[in-house]
Design a protein around this ligand. Structure first.
Ligand code: SF4
Length: 344
């Protein structure tokens, strides 16, 4: 049975070509056609011998996801709902700013963690995406990046990337490879809800990437209320695992923190956050004004509350940033477009 060629690494493709009785260096040309030039047809790969193009078409296909819906925000954030071969759909988003375009990709269809601020978890988990499907999300975003070329990739769409570990790492190798997308490892971010075994595995990888953790509360009771996964991996264990990760990799961890009114945005919560992160040598907090999702009855903290929270962290010596919300007018929060199409 033919296989999606995007699920094959460069080394595997070289081996396959040798097995087909041809030169392995064609593998680099094939990667260049797919990932640099965005070509989805072996016949169009004009520098390959005609016989090889025919053989490739028998052994492989090049998955090309169709688009079901597209929304473009006033700030040019573009959200795509992409159709998978099995009828499921996933979201991928291009977020442009003056100097960069960040592609936000999904790693699973649905999500089992049911965080209380995220539309992705509403319909539960369906399945992991293959590496080929994730790479096709990136290709789609690259080919539809209207302003400047795609510069960054974040695994912050639907799904928990560390629960689809092997496929996600396979994708990162292609993103990073000069024969693939050639995106510097420091421009690739894995975002996790705090899956400790996955974080431990990441420490041993010979790859560089940024790690971001959805924290959203520095109090176990509130975090469990927002993120049921906290029961499995409570804050004390999570912070201990973060300290270990920093010690082993010497890399900074970014903690994402959504500010929600009457829940986690007052000065008591800010103080707890400072205490929680006090002993982490390389940590940054990224504050996020909450997105309103009608299915959840959570209200965004006011601009004054956000500013007070940020000031307290800054004055306590925490490296803190405030995320500029993008795509507010197009339901850009994770899972909302899929939800609109009744796929959650
Ligand atoms: S925030 Fe992440 S882990 Fe939580 S439900 Fe959404 S996709 Fe899943």
């Amino acid at each position: 049975m033919a296989q999606d060629i995007k699920e094959v690494s460069l080394e595997q493709l070289e081996g396959k070509l040798l097995g087909l009785g041809t030169q392995k260096y064609y593998a680099r040309q094939i990667f260049d056609w797919i990932y640099q030039k965005g070509i989805f047809d072996f016949n169009a790969m004009s520098n390959l011998p005609a016989g090889l193009r025919k053989q490739l078409a028998q052994e492989f296909y090049i998955l090309n996801l169709g688009v079901v819906d597209l929304q473009i925000s006033r700030d040019k954030t573009a959200k795509f709902l992409l159709q998978l071969p099995d009828g499921n759909s996933i979201e991928a988003v291009n977020i442009p700013t003056a100097k960069r375009v960040t592609g936000c990709i999904s790693s699973q269809v649905g999500c089992k963690y049911a965080c209380k601020f995220c539309a992705s978890g509403l319909g539960g988990f369906k399945r992991n995406l293959t590496s080929g499907e994730m790479l096709d999300e990136v290709l789609y975003l690259k080919n539809n990046s209207a302003v400047i070329p795609l510069t960054h990739i974040v695994f912050m769409g639907t799904g928990e990337p560390l629960d689809n570990y092997d496929a996600v790492l396979k994708v990162i190798r292609v993103l990073n490879s000069p024969q693939g997308f050639n995106i510097g490892a420091r421009r690739i971010t894995i975002s996790t809800c705090g899956i400790i075994p996955g974080m431990k595995k990441l420490q041993g990888e010979d790859l560089q990437f940024e790690l971001s953790i959805s924290l959203h509360a520095a109090d176990d009771k509130i975090r469990t209320q927002l993120m049921p996964v906290n029961k499995q991996y409570p804050l004390r264990e999570l912070v201990f695992a973060c300290a270990e990760y920093i010690a082993k990799t010497n890399r900074q961890i970014t903690f994402e923190y959504i500010l929600i009114k009457n829940l986690n945005s007052d000065l008591v919560a800010a103080k707890k956050l400072v205490e929680l992160l006090r002993n982490l040598r390389l940590a940054k907090v990224n504050l996020i004004p909450a997105n309103f999702i009608p299915e959840f009855k959570l209200a965004a903290a006011s601009p004054e509350e956000i500013s007070r929270f940020q000031k307290y962290l800054f004055e306590s010596g925490v490296n803190v940033t405030l995320r500029q919300e993008r795509g507010q007018d197009i339901a850009a929060a994770c899972g909302q477009l899929r939800l609109k199409h009744g796929k959650a």
